[in-house]
Write a protein that binds this ligand. Sequence first.
Ligand code: NAP
Length: 287
Amino acid sequence: MKVAFIGLGVMGYPMAGHLANAGHDVTVYNRTTAKADKWCQEYKGARAITPAEAARNAEIVFSCVGNDDDLRQVVTGTQGVFSSMAQGATLVDHTTASAEVARELAVIAADKGLCFLDAPVSGGQAGAENGVLSIMIGGDEAVFDKAAPVIDCYAKSAKLLGPAGSGQLAKMVNQICIAGLVQGLAEGVHFAKQAGLDAAAVFDVIQHGAAGSWQMINRHQTMIDEQFDFGFAVDWMRKDLKITLDEARSNGAQLPVTALVDQFYAEVQKMGGNRWDTSSLVKRLDS
Ligand code: NAP
């Protein structure tokens, strides 16, 4: 299939690579052109100098940029993909953004005879590189059915969860679950150290019991060792929690722990931890 990929960051670069490796005809666009040049040396594909140019003639256009404003720029800006996409083509957006911008883009797409899926991902850099992302999707079923086999190039699971915006809302659920869980894990690591226990030995045992989680299995040792360079950055988490807390204000959900952990992450940022990974919550307690 002829496809385009907009945004070759930590996530987009390997995702676009999986599309090329699967034999799709890929054209990439990245704002910083050096990354697009590097991608073209590593994979079979072309590069364009604007999002619009990349998207022209593509059956599916993928995007994975930073936030709502970035997304609006590459989609509805003067050189955005909506200015050139062919009738009936689909934009699949993998950015973690608000449900509001997803609904907004779905309406604009429909007006232009285009299709739109909001499709934020979970699984981090490793999930993108290994092609095993979990993908939460909002949009129409017929559009999903057509895009799903292509999305499968880098997904372990991809599920349609409802109309436009549902993918972003599901990603908020994911971040709510992670926030409270990582704070609990941080307190466990902190307590084990304070109690004079061999923390590594403790987590070796309890990770197999009722407290076990992906975070515990994959992060307890790095938290004990105070290594915070393992993926999703605190700045990104605060962006996601802001979107989530804004959404909760409008739908009436009560998120007291999520709001508190958001403030803890603000403290981590003040400690210089903007680019530390999300498990750095423990650093607040240990320092
Ligand atoms: P990243 O490495 O910072 O890459 C962001 C990409 O977006 C870059 O290609 C950047 O271009 C491009 N971009 C940003 N603003 C732009 C603009 N205004 N116009 C054009 N291009 C723009 O970020 P990432 O880690 O790949 O994350 C991308 C998205 O996935 C975010 O929404 C993030 O929350 C989400 N996500 C990330 C992870 C993770 O573990 N990293 C996990 C799940 C979800 P330049 O190269 O020119 O800067």
